[in-house]
Design a protein around this ligand. Sequence first.
Ligand SMILES: Cc1cc2nc3c(=O)[nH]c(=O)nc-3n(C[C@H](O)[C@H](O)[C@H](O)COP(=O)(O)OP(=O)(O)OC[C@H]3O[C@@H](n4cnc5c(N)ncnc54)[C@H](O)[C@@H]3O)c2cc1C
Length: 385
Amino acid sequence: MSPLYPDASPDIAELRAWLRKLVEGRFADWPEQMNRHGKFTPEMVQVFAEQGLLGVRIGEQYGGAGMSLRQYCLIQEELARASPILALLTSSTSGLTPMAIERHGTQAQKDRYLRSLTDGRARSCFALTEPEAGSDAASLRTRAESVEGGWRLNGIKHFITLADDCQLMMVMASTDRSKGSRGGITALLVDVPSEGLAVTRVDRTIGTPAWTLGEITFSDVFVPAGNVVGEIGKGFAIAMESLDEGRLNVASLCLGAADSLLARAAAYAKQRRTFGAPLADRQAIQWMLADSATEIAAARGLIYSALDAMEAGRPLGASASMAKLFASEMAFRVADRAVQIHGAMGVVENSPVGAMFRDLRLFRIGEGASEVQRMVIARSVLADT
Ligand SMILES: Cc1cc2nc3c(=O)[nH]c(=O)nc-3n(C[C@H](O)[C@H](O)[C@H](O)COP(=O)(O)OP(=O)(O)OC[C@H]3O[C@@H](n4cnc5c(N)ncnc54)[C@H](O)[C@@H]3O)c2cc1C
């Protein structure tokens, strides 16, 4: 824990200590198990449900813990110390899609979906990206046409996390091309399975094999009228609001992974001897550790400032982008230094440090690439001057 940012309250410190124990104890070999299975095992889902780590932000009336974004970020940070993939189980039940339902959904949607997310029966995915709409998400082409009783959905989404392991999708679709992202995109809840919905391709990433990205094809999928989240035409705003929080989530898991890499690198440097002395005695190694510790503290500061501002009633926007941009780039630098300190031990196939290095590379792209974060930040700078 950084000397600059002690936990703000006993509650937060207690939550962190409890999570740290779980991550270092019961969950310690889960990343390796996931490498073998390629997915969360039913036992992992059950343990997460028993420990109250599913649907943590969902209201207590639906079986969740009603936690704040700050508490959720802390959970993600601590889970990611073992592997960012562990944090995915919590985010798929408490992140983008669940929070959009909690905030903008109808009572019927909440009754139907939220409890299944908190008790482990369902995981959700968030489907925005398309082959012709990545960074430029507003140019999406997936279309929902109004038909009797609902919508007919056609199109392709790709690079969707958990597409092949979820029971619920929130899909952003164009409902009025003439209006584009300003009133022409609607958020739709789609059950899995649904007639006409197919996961047509699944790619493993360079990270843990369990983090797959799927292509989803919608061919005349019928979506009932009651499955529109929020107002018709307001889907892009819902997506952007969700992504703001998602960026703090990603920043937090980069922070946790980086902090754990620093601890591993320091421990290794103390134990490994070269030329008659521990690596930790060498200034070149100490400087790497010092740079990592400083950058980790800076990332923590950005995340906490964004949370402070949000809790004071200001919108996330650029502050979430700054935290995500800095934390994801910082974590990759910290991972690179950790690999360097481990020498060949850091690059052999089963090296935990090497695995995290590969995992962390994903986060400079997912949830909006670094260049897109810079666009958001620059837009805010220019608007303010
Ligand atoms: C691990 C991971 C998980 C993901 N999960 C999901 C998910 O669950 N749901 C979902 O909808 N999507 C998901 N995505 C997709 C992700 O949102 C997109 O990959 C991302 O938005 C970038 O889009 P793209 O890959 O098409 O890159 P492109 O948009 O083709 O961009 C390619 C590169 O060019 C840069 N670039 C683009 N435009 C500009 C510009 N104007 N100026 C300067 N640089 C530019 C980008 O920053 C990027 O580096 C995930 C991606 C990853 C890697």
